[in-house]
Design a protein around this ligand. Structure first.
Ligand SMILES: [Zn+2]
Length: 129
């Protein structure tokens, strides 16, 4: 079974669903009950662009077990044009070339197999744009 957290985050992971706070316009991703900026509770839904810019990045050499085969790989905080920030793996390039300011497209990809049953977990990964 995929973890409850994974299931709960499917709208964000699969469709990049976010919300804009009606009070202060902050874009919240993934969607939460309260705005982290003004504690407001009213939001309008929006879907994030499937692109963004690397804000910061690192190369992972010693990964968690599920990602052993992929090391070394780049993890980055990517900011979309809407102002949402998400942590994502950046693939299809030399991990050391993933640097702040780099433009990436967010593509729907296989993230990992979960547990012994090999449940497939999908989400978005950055690729050089
Ligand atoms: Zn707010």
């Amino acid at each position: 079974m995929p973890s409850p957290r994974y299931t709960r985050e499917i709208p964000a992971r699969y469709r990049l669903e976010a919300a804009r706070c009606s009070g202060c316009s902050k874009v919240v991703f993934p969607i939460r009950r309260f705005c982290p900026s003004c504690r407001g509770e009213e939001f309008e839904k929006l879907t994030l662009s499937r692109k963004g810019k690397v804000v910061t990045s690192t190369v992972v050499h010693v990964p968690p077990d599920d990602f052993l085969m992929e090391a070394p790989y780049a993890m980055a905080v990517v900011e979309t044009p809407e102002g949402a920030r998400l942590m994502t793996q950046v693939v299809d390039c030399d991990p050391s070339a993933v640097l702040p300011g780099m433009d990436v497209a967010l593509e729907f990809r296989l993230i990992r197999r979960e547990g012994h049953s090999g449940i497939l977990c999908y989400g978005h990964k950055g690729v050089p744009a």
